[in-house]
Design a protein around this ligand. Structure first.
Ligand SMILES: O=C(O)CCC(=O)C(=O)O
Length: 252
């Protein structure tokens, strides 16, 4: 990626609160990671279903389900390599607006076919608030995510609203924001969606016959301290993915 490309991506991110980077990984790499992701989930899935309580309304009252795994990079080196892959870290640094990128946490998601759980509209901010809001997510698409597979939806520009009051019913969400008002962002295997933790986002039910597989990486500027210590249990939190931590703060 050239410096000009990175500057253009950073500009889109600053304007809209997100940027979808097409083909950051090639399809063969995404397919290999997808196989690894499904192997990990088959071996390590605890059976715990992280479907949010408020998801049922979006699914018309039907039961839905989703599989997840924290810290895939502690189980497979392919995911560790991805965390420091320059194709990813160069964009991560560009959207944060500085050279330093620090890991917050990761989560592998598989939305199974036919009834894969949706996510209600929310910002990620209330889950792990930081002082300067220089925190962002990257969703690696390991298979195609058209709208019928429950792709991510975004409210463009909503990061400019700042932190919003969320309703907490098991999880923080924004019942006043209809999911249909968020823009669907269909993606292909290898695409990576970057968005601010202040950007309102959601995702739909997977009603298709294929699973939707994604790897979510949350990262931050190391100079942005947590406003509240939450989410500290994530393995590897504080690991530097690009640049250095100029603060000398101990993260462990
Ligand atoms: O992967 C998705 O469908 C959305 C996940 C999400 O919004 C989250 O984990 O905060």
């Amino acid at each position: 990626m050239t410096v000009t490309d990175l500057a253009a991506l950073a500009e889109q991110y600053a304007e809209n609160g997100y940027v979808l980077v097409k083909g950051l990984l090639d399809r063969a790499e995404a397919a290999e990671l997808r196989r690894g992701a499904h192997r990990l989930l088959a071996a390590l899935d605890t059976g715990e279903d992280p479907t949010w309580g408020a998801a049922a309304v979006l699914a018309g009252g039907r039961p839905t389900r989703i599989q997840h795994l924290h810290d895939a990079q502690f189980h497979s080196a392919a995911f560790s390599r991805l965390l420091v892959d320059e194709r990813f870290t160069s964009v991560a640094a560009a959207v944060l607006g500085g050279p330093n990128v620090q890991l917050h946490h990761t989560k592998l998601f598989v939305k199974p076919p036919e009834n894969g759980s949706p996510f209600p509209p929310h910002q990620d901010h209330p889950f792990f608030p930081h002082t300067h809001h220089r925190v962002a997510a990257a969703i690696f698409h390991l298979d195609d995510a058209p709208e019928e597979r429950g792709c991510v939806r975004i409210v463009p520009g909503s990061h400019r609203l700042g932190p919003l009051e969320h309703v907490e019913e098991g999880s923080h969400h924004l019942p006043q924001v209809p999911s249909a008002s968020a823009l669907p962002l269909p993606a292909e295997a290898g695409d990576v969606l970057f968005f601010s933790y202040l950007t309102i986002h959601a995702s739909g039910v997977n009603t298709s016959e294929e699973a939707r597989t994604t790897w979510l990486v949350q990262f931050r500027d190391p100079a942005d301290p947590p406003a509240v210590r939450t989410h500290d249990q994530s393995l590897g939190q504080g690991m530097m993915l690009a640049g250095v931590d100029p603060t000398g703060r101990r993260n462990a």
